[in-house]
Design a protein around this ligand. Structure first.
Ligand SMILES: [Zn+2]
Length: 672
């Protein structure tokens, strides 16, 4: 135990130094937090283990010697962490015990922004100083740099409303790059032939601490403000300022012209908040800013004050941390994947590492340009990310962890499956195996063709496809429709029942809608939406094959690139052969006749949301279209009606916002 505490102290102090002094961390923030919390827990249980040099005795410091120092008017506190609902409930219970009996607590929920804390001072409404958090007591003076951030008001209130600024106001905020701004920044780096930035947070930190504020100004930083560190009792007119709740405080900040964290919400109970957590975890990747958790604050500021501070952490607020999405591990190998278009994707083989709730041992590196741009080498320690449903990917190397044994990674000279020389078309980012008969490419196309989102042939998983290819029964998609049950039964693990089901599924696939067949062919850019448009316009494969790119671009929603892809695909004799074989086997290649049941809904646009009582969404769509109406996927001012079923999504909220009539399935039927 004593030894473990010492090891943790040493490790943490070293990583602190790498992070703050060298600006070159070799572990992720999440990994640092993990070590930190282990030490903290150990010390909490055994206070005798605490030493003066323990990192828990200071809240980290980002101080740099060459910046003037600013003393904060009050300590800039950190928050204690919760990792699950039980932690949050325990937090509330502890608080309630400290308060008068019968007290009830309500809360504000805010996103926990993954940026850098800044402390900004306004005197009589004018920005006079801005500092980093530093060690929580003293920070670096970065006034000139913060002033370059467009979302930071230089004078408050920004709008000349009735609000009079406080005589003195010190706010706390977070400086970061919005995701799309970070992309733009990297595009500029790339265009200038400079190395790409890997980590948005570190880049924001480096940007904020530029000696030359013109450099800061040239990079698109954003600052959100969410707390008040210090405020004068009265405003400039001598009126007393009262902010009783966190909700009032945020509203007040917004009125003064600060950019407050989006999606901050009031909730009357903690269980309301706990219910929100899964939604936040899934939405996290869709937000334009990085968050690593949620902040939950006791809404009543007097109660929060009464709860006080334990150690460095105020009791009135807590940070709920999401599972770490990033981790570092060793890159031990690179394998090459060939896709159905021949595209070569290098895949990193990793020392297994636990991240985002699962153990990951490989991750995509996109293409060889990415590897080259980021200078990723075999043997490097790399940062990987796993979030949501996205395939884990490599973010970049930790160059500080190199020992010189790392070797460059080169694209393969030939396809590992068919040994055709690999090409990189002019101007393309990707490398390709150009051989359309490459067994791996054929396998990938067939695998895609039969998959659920495509022709949906049940019982024909990748394993089965592989066996049938190995046996020589299928060499392309069309061969599926020529399989003979007698031959299949002879195969290992192909029982009578299985073969019977498979043959039935194949038979069923022959009559799939024309649009579904189109979406299954693997034409670049032709997913179900484009396939529907094409099928609707051209009605048959023959008409589509005869179409020119100009004719195709006449369709609203299809651009010239996709149009050219379609024409090229159908001009390929290999593809023509496959289509002919399918046609001969009886695969449907025509759109069904448009059924016109009436024109009661002509000119009306509908959006469907939620589960309808008796119809599927597709059925409802067909019904509306058969009566001349149109169905779109998102609510806008052009929407006439939103058909709402059970558990409707955000579309219903949007409709309410825009004042668009919401109707039930019965209402819809009544209109016909
Ligand atoms: Zn190949």
């Amino acid at each position: 135990m004593f030894e473990r505490a010492k090891t943790l102290r040493d490790q943490l102090n070293y990583h602190n130094y790498r992070y703050y002094v060298l600006g070159d961390p070799i572990i992720t923030d999440a990994e640092y937090d993990k070590l930190y919390h282990e030490l903290k827990a150990l010390e909490d249980a055994h206070p005798e283990l605490i030493t003066p040099d323990s990192p828990t005795q200071r809240a980290g410091s980002d101080l740099q010697e060459d910046f003037p120092k600013v003393e904060h008017p009050a300590p800039i506190l950190s928050l204690s962490n919760a990792f699950d609902a039980a932690d949050l409930q325990a937090w509330e219970e502890r608080n309630l015990k400290l308060l008068a009996e019968g007290t009830t607590l309500d809360y504000m929920l805010e996103p926990k922004l993954d940026g850098l804390t800044v402390v900004i001072t306004y005197e009589n409404g004018i920005l006079v100083r801005a500092a980093t958090r530093g060690n929580g007591r003293v920070g670096d003076d970065v006034t000139a740099n913060v002033k370059t951030i467009k979302t930071v008001p230089l004078k408050i209130p920004v709008e000349s409303n009735n609000l009079t600024p406080p005589q003195r106001l010190v706010v706390r905020g977070e400086v970061l790059f919005l995701k799309h701004d970070f992309e733009i920044l990297n595009q500029r780096q790339q265009a200038a032939g400079l190395p790409l930035y890997v980590n948005a947070r570190n880049t924001a930190s480096g940007t904020l601490k530029q000696k030359d504020s013109r450099i800061t100004a040239s990079r698109p930083l954003t600052a959100y403000v969410y707390d008040i560190v210090d405020i004068s009792e009265v405003d400039m007119h001598g009126q007393v300022i009262t902010l009783n709740t966190e909700q009032q405080l945020l509203t007040y900040l917004a009125q003064l012209g600060f950019y407050i964290p989006p999606e901050s919400h009031y909730y009357p109970t903690l269980s309301n908040i706990i219910q929100q957590i899964p939604t936040w975890e899934t939405r996290r990747d869709q937000l334009d800013f990085e968050i690593d958790g949620l902040v939950i604050k006791v809404n009543d500021r007097l109660i929060a004050q009464e709860l006080g501070v334990v150690g460095k952490d105020p009791r009135g607020a807590i940070a709920y941390k999401f599972p770490a999405q990033e981790a570092t591990t060793k890159l031990i190998g690179v394998t090459v994947n060939i896709g159905r278009t021949g595209k070569v994707t290098p895949t990193a083989q990793l020392d297994p590492v636990f991240v985002g709730g699962v153990t990951v041992s490989n991750a995509t590196m996109h293409n060889y340009k990415f590897i080259h741009d980021l200078d990723i080498r075999l043997g490097d320690t790399v940062i990987i990310k796993r979030s949501g449903d996205v395939i884990p990917y490599v973010i970049g190397p930790v160059t500080g962890a190199r020992d010189g044994s790392e070797t460059p990674i080169m694209p393969p000279e030939q396809c590992p499956h068919c040994h055709t020389p690999i090409i990189q078309p002019d101007g393309a980012v990707d490398h390709f195996c150009p051989n359309p008969l490459c067994p791996e490419r054929v396998f990938r196309s067939i695998e895609f063709f039969v998959s659920r989102g495509a022709m949906d042939i049940e019982g024909m998983g990748p394993q089965t496809v592989k066996v049938l290819m190995d046996e020589g029964f299928i060499t392309d998609e069309a061969d599926i429709f020529y399989l003979e049950p007698e031959k299949l039964i002879a195969l290992e693990r192909f029982g009578e029942k299985k073969v019977e089901n498979l043959m039935a599924a194949i038979e069923k696939a022959k009559s799939r809608p024309f649009s579904q067949l189109l979406a299954s062919l693997g034409i670049e850019g032709v997913g179900s939406t484009v396939a529907n448009l094409l099928a609707d316009q051209f009605r048959s494969i023959d008409a589509l094959m005869a179409a020119t790119p100009e004719e195709i671009t006449q369709i609203e929603g299809i651009g010239p690139i996709i149009a050219q892809n379609v024409v090229d695909w159908f001009n390929d004799t290999h593809h023509q052969r496959i289509l002919n074989k399918m046609r001969d086997a009886g695969v449907n290649m025509q759109a069904r006749e448009r059924i016109r049941a009436g024109d009661q809904l002509t000119g009306k646009t509908f959006v469907l949301t939620g589960t309808l009582p008796t119809m599927s969404r597709d059925e409802a769509k067909a019904l509306i279209e058969a009566h001349g109406g149109k169905v779109t996927s998102s609510v806008s001012k052009k929407t006439d009606f939103v058909v709402v079923g059970d558990s409707p999504g955000s579309k219903a909220d949007k409709a309410a916002q825009l004042g668009i009539p919401m109707i039930s399935e019965d209402d819809l039927k009544a209109m016909l």
